[in-house]
Design a protein around this ligand. Structure first.
Ligand code: AMP
Ligand code: MG
Length: 410
């Protein structure tokens, strides 16, 4: 058995980031920047009003109060998207809307709530004094042209994409989404809804893995269920390698397996068959399958559904993220409190116990086992939102801390 760290290092060393492509910033969300972005423009591009109100010279309304308002003539109006070349003089007001350019000469905006229209809007009573700069958003107040905004490796969130649009970074260089082929192997697997014949089971890993692949923000391509037939498996794997950037298979990698997956992959790809000191998901295979001058990573996950998901989490997901340029490959790891304890026996393996995590009144993350921990019991695992990492030994006492990978908490 090898250590999970060794398995992971082996996999990550063979899954480099893909080549960058140029995409419109609108399509960059969820992808990682391949080159730094420097702001080409100021945001906002001109000084503008933060409120609906009146542009004034602050000094000219210095005495304004509720009981003794200052009355000014309204000499113009400017809406968002419009512009006035009228230069405001001290003692005048220009009606202005949020986002409209501050007229030359004005140095403050009085919000409409502090004013009163008089003479049909020809004049305005200002009921509150103001100071220079009030309610004015200066040019470049958000972003200044020339600023280094985002380094390479930045994950483009929706807000980052918005900023890219705001500085006119219309096209950005990103690492593209990885296209991942997903297939299941096994003569016992049925996925067409027909009545089960003796020995048959419903296929479920593919449905789960397609979702896990998509949740990792890859493009998932369904290659179906492949029978335990060498020629057929070889054909499907070759097609997957040609059409996709990575392949995820489930089934056929354990010790006692009928040898089809092993036989075929050993022959056509450069594989490493691993026994990892973890539970579940001890058997795992990884290799590179050559196709058209490219090396396509193959993740051979075990068939037991819980092993399959844990294997994906620990080995395939970080590798796929790395292929998409991500720097942070791991789920957040917190020291959680094991409310009910997580007992186990020493067996030389690290146990990945599926738990439900929630924030306690003490502000800490608390975890409790979701129940059945068998590698075939996907129903219990489907209720987990975290995985407690229980080191070899006798387990975790009730109330004791346990390192926990958060899959989702909220
Ligand atoms: P294997 O890794 O092929 O030896 O399979 C281990 C166990 O997982 C067996 O009980 C299989 O029937 C089951 N299994 C394998 N593939 C799938 C799948 N795609 N969906 C559900 N169960 C599976
Ligand atoms: Mg099988």
């Amino acid at each position: 058995m090898i250590d999970i760290g060794e398995a992971r290092a082996y996999v990550l060393a063979r899954c480099p980031a893909a080549t960058a492509i140029a995409v419109p910033c609108r399509e960059a969300t969820g992808l990682v920047l391949a080159t730094p972005v420097v702001a080409a423009e100021d945001v906002p591009p001109f000084a503008n009003s933060a409120v609906d109100g009146y542009a004034v010279v602050a000094d000219s309304v210095a005495t304004a109060t509720d009981s003794a308002p200052v009355e000014l003539p309204v000499v113009g109006e400017v809406a968002a998207g419009a512009f006035t070349d009228r230069v405001l003089k001290s003692g005048e007001a220009i009606r202005i809307m949020t986002g409209a350019p501050v007229p030359a000469g004005a140095d403050a905006i009085v919000m409409v709530e502090d004013t009163e229209r008089i003479d049909n809007g020809e004049r305005v009573a200002i009921r509150r004094s103001t100071s220079a700069g009030a309610a004015v958003r200066p040019r470049g107040d958000d972003v200044q042209a020339g600023t280094a905004l985002y380094p390479a490796g930045t994950l483009v969130s929706p807000a980052v994409a918005g900023v890219l649009a705001s500085v006119n970074a219309a096209t950005v260089h990103v690492i593209p989404r990885v296209r991942v082929a997903v297939l299941s192997t096994g003569d016992e697997l049925i996925d067409d809804g027909s009545p089960l014949q003796p020995g048959q089971i419903r296929e479920s890993n593919r449905t789960m893995l397609l979702g896990l692949v998509r949740a990792a923000s890859c493009d998932a391509v369904d290659f179906g269920v492949v029978r335990d037939d060498e020629a057929e498996l070889e054909r499907v794997l070759h097609q997957a390698a040609v059409e996709c950037d990575a392949i995820v298979t489930s089934g056929g990698v354990s010790m006692g397996d009928y040898d089809v997956v092993k036989a075929v992959l050993s022959r056509i790809a450069d594989m490493r068959w691993m026994q990892i000191a973890i539970r579940p998901a001890k058997p795992f295979a990884f290799g590179l399958l050559g196709a058209g001058g490219r090396n396509v990573p193959v993740f051979g996950l075990p068939g037991n559904p819980v092993s399959s998901i844990v294997s994906f989490e620990l080995l395939a997901r970080p590798a796929l993220l790395q292929m998409m340029g991500h720097v942070a490959l791991d789920r957040p790891l917190v020291q959680a409190i094991a409310d009910g304890g997580l007992p186990r026996r020493p067996d030389g393996k690290t146990h990945y116990v599926r738990v439900f995590a929630k924030f306690g009144a003490d502000g800490r993350v608390h975890v409790a086992s979701v129940g059945s921990q068998g590698s075939h019991q996907l129903a219990a695992t489907s209720l987990a939102n975290a995985i407690a990492v229980v080191a070899d030994g006798d387990g975790v006492q009730p109330g004791a801390p346990v390192p926990t990978m958060l899959l989702s908490v909220g």
